[in-house]
Design a protein around this ligand. Structure first.
Ligand SMILES: [Zn+2]
Length: 210
């Protein structure tokens, strides 16, 4: 087992750049566990190509779960301003990368988000940022969809929110049922999108148009 001092040697100029590691104290603990995993699956953790892998993987998993440190509702609240625009605002094809909480394997795809303002709008760049803030956690696609919807509804109080996520799950594609091309679609609505079939259809057709 490598000591923490040995881990120090892996960082710095010819090791892993410190900025790739979110929290060095936690990274060292995570790295110890990754080293055990590497050995437990039958690999030689001391061979050259794997020497830096535990710490590199630790930095990587910290990056992929950095959403726990973020407060998406606070992020949105800072970017709200008054505006009398009352048509549907839609941000589509937001790239999305998350980790399924059952296998800790990636699921990835696109999120489409819309809302109908009620006197307040939010800076458009904030929508992809809250998608990331929830996606960079251990997730299931259904909860991720609901959390994005609820965050916008709770902070902006619009007339309605619509969220659709289309994603491929590596835990299905690389293992399990090995359905290579299946795409899972989830949706969540509030307000006008729930009440008004026509509004919902308008959103769906805007999402589908390329
Ligand atoms: Zn899974």
């Amino acid at each position: 087992m490598k000591s923490a001092t040995d881990m120090d040697e892996l960082t710095g100029e010819d090791g892993i750049p410190l900025e790739e590691i979110y929290n060095m104290h936690h990274a060292k603990n995570i790295a110890k566990n990754y080293k055990e995993i590497i050995e437990a699956v039958g690999e030689d953790a001391s061979r050259e190509g794997l020497l830096k892998t535990p710490l590199r993987a630790a930095g990587s998993i910290q990056f992929l779960t950095q959403g726990y440190k973020l407060n998406p509702e606070a992020m949105l609240r800072k970017a709200i301003f008054r505006e009398n625009y009352s048509q549907m605002v839609i941000v589509k094809d937001i790239e999305l990368y998350s980790l399924c909480e059952h296998h800790m394997l990636p699921f990835f795809g696109k999120a489409h988000v819309a809302y109908i303002p009620d006197g307040k709008v939010v800076g458009l760049s904030k929508i992809p940022r809250i998608v990331d803030a929830y996606a960079r956690r251990l997730q299931i696609q259904e909860r991720l969809t609901d959390q994005i919807r609820d965050c916008i509804q709770n902070t902006l109080s619009p007339l309605g929110v619509a969220v659709v996520i289309e994603a491929q799950h590596l835990c299905m594609q690389m293992r399990g049922v090995q359905k290579q091309h299946s795409i899972t679609t989830t949706s969540a609505f509030t307000g006008e999108f729930l009440k008004n079939e026509k509004t919902r259809q308008e959103f769906i057709s805007l999402v589908k148009s390329r």
